[in-house]
Design a binder for this molecule. Structure first.
Ligand SMILES: [Zn+2]
Length: 286
């Protein structure tokens, strides 16, 4: 079984009116201003999954800056998981600074079956993760509904790329120390956070942290899989492609080319995701 934990889909309306949304939202503009930055619908994702042998995928939203755009785009995520209940798992977006309205939106999405919030972009959403007044109710609502937090991350060093941002290991570490109870999936290998697991206090702070492989071929040598597994364990690494930025095939080819024991590979490709998403081993939802 294969679960792609990190994909992004948008409604046909957004695909058709890209310029309008680029003008309306700096977070969307950062990622999709260029015409060659691919926008794809849930139907196109399912077609890719069928082609590449991917059983299920998390469809994540993005870090929209306004509450209204979170609601509009969450509607499409909810509609898509209702259409493909056996294939798609929804993650919704919120702007936590919208306060009570953001909490109400999490509640609405949780009741409609989403499993997480993300991909959060604190840098673009101008969200201070140590602002207790905003963060406490947000985190309480996530834990109340057992929602996973998917958060964008990037490396403090190395090449620049579109959408990189500055959610570095330092930012993530402080967040995890402050809110250790949240199941947090750090995108893009957590910007290198697992490498600091050699520090005992960082390792302790990572007790509910997971790392996805989204966009890995753009960022790291394939050796990153062995290194991170060695540092935090194979139960913390989750396959995600960042489709349609990269094809699912590209990530799967890379993982299949690695010399990984079959049980480790199975954990990365689906087992860890199933555990986090609350799918039972036998008689699951699949
Ligand atoms: Zn990302």
């Amino acid at each position: 079984m294969i679960i792609d934990f990190h994909t992004h889909v948008f409604s046909p309306r957004i695909k058709k009116n890209r310029r309008q949304y680029v003008q309306a939202d700096p977070s969307f503009a950062l990622l999709y201003d260029q015409k060659n930055a691919r926008l794809a619908t849930a139907d196109e994702l399912v077609a890719s999954m069928d082609k590449e042998g991917v059983d299920m995928a998390v469809i994540a939203n993005i870090g929209w800056t306004t509450h209204e755009l979170c609601i509009e785009t969450n509607d499409y995520i909810l509609e898509s998981i209702a259409r493909y209940p056996d294939r798609l798992i929804g993650f919704g977006a919120v702007q936590p600074q919208a306060g009570a309205a953001a909490i109400a939106e999490i509640e609405r999405c949780a009741h409609a079956g989403i499993k997480g919030i993300g991909e959060l972009r604190p840098d673009m959403q101008l969200l201070n993760l140590s602002d207790r007044q905003v963060m406490n109710p947000f985190i309480e609502t996530l834990t109340k509904h057992r929602l996973i937090l998917l958060i964008h991350a990037s490396e403090p060093v190395g090449h620049y790329y579109t959408g990189k941002g500055n959610i570095t290991p330092e930012v993530l570490y402080h967040f995890m120390v402050a809110f250790p109870e949240v199941i947090t999936v750090c995108a893009h290998w957590g910007g290198g956070l697992p490498f600091y697991a050699l520090m005992p206090e960082v390792k302790r702070a990572l007790k509910n942290a997971y790392f996805d492989t989204a966009a890995s071929p753009f960022l790291y040598h394939p050796q990153v899989y062995h290194q991170v597994i060695g540092l935090v364990g194979s139960d913390r690494v989750i396959f995600g492609s960042d489709w349609p930025l990269l094809t699912q095939k590209r990530l799967l080819d890379e993982i299949n080319s690695l010399d990984l024991p079959p049980d480790v590979k199975a954990r990365i490709l689906a087992g860890n995701a199933r555990r986090l998403l609350g799918m039972t081993a036998e008689g699951s939802t699949v």
